[in-house]
Design a protein around this ligand. Structure first.
Ligand code: DX5
Ligand code: ZN
Length: 221
């Protein structure tokens, strides 16, 4: 696979033209579509669910869809997103009672499984399930909204997560989500991250393929 994966977050897309926005950002060179699911319970916002994921698939989107669950409880929605055509499903360990079971549900559904860590959450929940993780996702903002400022202390945490993955010798992506821009993406990569989510830095005016491509190209560079 590719060394670095760029995953635009549709949270900053124009939801009234979602199919077109997703097509455009893929044409602009995005590798994966990051799909933020919030429930106004675990996270202070309400976004989209399996129905919208299914609609993107039925619209002809074949790129991987990376579902970021900011919901509690998680297990019922794992099943729904497996059926809706998700490729990766990640959840926050404190949002489910049986972390190992939820991870297993994702892999049993044929998807890649991830754990997500908020800025203040320790990486301990990953320790005994390293062999069951395809993605470790570090939040560099608090869940809820696009356009927040990157929290720099997550860079040291990323180095720690990179060591955990390398020590375990597993095939696991280290992903970061929140406030990633053209200006800080090099620091993020230097900390060992190989999958970058970006919402507001990519999806902004003018909402054209050319503009999305310019940002994605600069991020890759
Ligand atoms: C925050 C979401 C992020 C967000 C990223 O709760 O999980 O995926 O959309 O947006 P930016 O890149 O604008 O911080
Ligand atoms: Zn996200």
């Amino acid at each position: 696979g590719k060394k670095y994966i760029i995953a635009p977050s549709i949270l900053s897309a124009d939801f009234a033209r979602l199919g077109e926005e997703v097509e455009n950002v893929l044409r602009a060179g995005a590798d994966v579509i990051h799909f933020d699911v919030m429930d106004n319970h675990y996270a202070p916002n309400l976004t989209v669910g399996p129905l919208v994921c299914r609609a993107l698939r039925d619209h002809g989107i074949t790129a991987p869809i990376d579902v970021h669950l900011m919901v509690s409880p998680v297990d019922a929605l794992i099943d729904e997103f497996v059926k809706a055509g998700a490729s990766h499903i990640s959840f926050h360990p404190e949002a489910t009672i049986h972390v190992d079971r939820s991870l297993q549900l994702i892999r049993d559904g044929g998807c890649r499984a991830g754990l997500v860590f908020n800025p203040a959450t320790s990486l301990d929940a990953a320790r005994y399930v390293m062999d069951k993780l395809d993605i470790m996702l570090l939040m560099s903002v608090n869940p809820g909204y696009s356009g927040q400022k990157f929290i720099p202390s997550v860079l040291n945490k990323a180095r720690e997560a990179r060591r955990m993955i390398d020590d375990a010798g597993v095939d696991c992506r280290l992903m970061i989500d929140g406030g990633v821009t053209v200006d800080n993406i090099r620091d993020v990569a230097d900390a060992g991250v190989d999958m970058m989510v970006s919402g507001s830095a990519i999806f902004r005016a003018p909402r054209t393929v050319e503009s999305y491509k310019e940002t994605i190209d600069r991020m890759r560079a």
